[in-house]
Design a protein around this ligand. Structure first.
Ligand code: 3HC
Length: 312
């Protein structure tokens, strides 16, 4: 087939809402776009283990510890599914990790903020995983098969994570005045960084046009941000807390809230490596990778020996 014919088959599949699979022909830019997005997503999952992992030894009860431990392990698993999905596009995991460890690759801005109190673990589960689900539900129907299938399992686990966070926020908000103040303080610090997770405004999002055209994303950054605010405000009200945004106001005409834009200068700084914890996160990732060297070497030696045994 000529290139044009391959392209027609690709476009026809997209038009019929069919998945593109690893062995199918795909335009180079589609492949590059997916490798960029899926690998950034994978990096976000494993870097996201750090701010919460930091609280496992300080969880206030055995139950809270077990639940948090399970959640952090889930995030590691999500990273693995996503790196595997990226590998089906012809890239190597070593290459992707090298880009993360040298600071060339991006990961979600949100994980460059510190988790200062136990209430932050509640706010992260509730808001951060809540925002992640808002974005990721549509990715279950993304056009690339291995990414879509990975997202189905990830979304199931993310909803458990969101409930884990909201449960902590409920305990604190309906607890003592001091606990409620901790919950409000965490909400104050995590609200705007969470809004940044959806990415820059549509008018400043260079990748959105292709992502929407190729059905990699099905909704825009602004649409998802709006839906997140509409849904979360009710949860804030139930907790008896206050959204830290004086401009937040119901707009009957659009059937949604008006709200303040996050500080996009701060966002740009964070994604350029200058957020409050970027250096700490990269150092921790590099150290973890170094510590795991013997595991990788042992696995490779085992695989080699097994292959020799099969060949003999
Ligand atoms: N943090 C870091 N970088 C971000 C960002 C964020 N919150 N939002 C946007 N960016 C980057 C983009 O990667 C892009 O950089 P690049 O061109 O150098 O790659 C640039 O800013 C411009 O943004 P665009 O809107 O053009 O980029 P996208 O169309 O890719 O949209 C996105 C950004 C919404 C994050 C999209 O990539 C996406 O939906 N990704 C999949 C979901 C994902 O990665 N989620 C991470 C959340 S955390 C998580 O899932 C862990 C869970 O356990 C909580």
């Amino acid at each position: 087939m000529e290139n044009k014919q391959f392209e027609d088959v690709f476009e026809a599949k997209l038009a019929k809402n069919e998945m593109i699979e690893p062995k199918d022909w795909m335009p180079d830019n589609y492949r590059k776009h997916l490798i960029r997005q899926i690998s950034q997503h994978a990096h976000s999952e494993i870097v996201g283990m750090l701010p919460e992992g930091n609280w496992i030894t300080r969880a206030p009860s055995l139950r809270a510890k077990v639940v948090l431990l399970a959640k952090v392990q889930d995030e590691g698993g999500h990273g693995l599914y996503l790196y595997t999905a990226a590998e089906t596009l012809g890239t190597g995991r070593d290459e992707l990790l090298e880009a993360l460890h040298t600071g060339k690759a991006k990961y979600s801005s949100i994980f460059n903020y510190p988790t200062l109190t136990w209430a932050d673990i509640g706010a992260v589960g509730w808001l951060v995983d809540g925002a992640a689900i808002m974005n990721q539900v549509m990715l279950q129907r993304t056009s690339y098969g291995p990414y879509a299938r990975a997202m189905v399992r990830i979304c199931k686990e993310e909803s458990f994570h969101q409930r884990q966070g909201y449960e902590i926020m409920c305990h604190l908000s309906f607890g003592t005045a001091e606990q409620k103040a901790m919950a409000q303080d965490a909400l104050n610090r995590w609200w705007f960084p969470t809004m940044m997770m959806f990415g820059p405004p549509d008018s400043e999002s260079p990748n959105s046009e292709n992502a929407l055209k190729w059905r990699i994303k099905r909704e825009s950054n602004d649409q998802l941000r709006q839906r997140f605010v509409n849904q979360t405000v009710q949860q804030v009200e139930y907790l008896g807390l206050t959204v830290p945004d004086p401009k937040l106001k119901w707009n009957e005409e659009k059937k949604g809230y008006d709200f303040s834009e996050p500080n996009w200068v701060e966002f740009k700084n964070v994604i350029s490596g200058n957020g409050p914890c970027n250096k700490e996160r990269l150092a921790a990732r590099n150290q973890a990778h170094k510590n795991g060297e013997w595991v990788r070497a042992a696995a490779q030696a085992f695989a080699k020996k097994r292959a020799q045994k099969i060949a003999a």
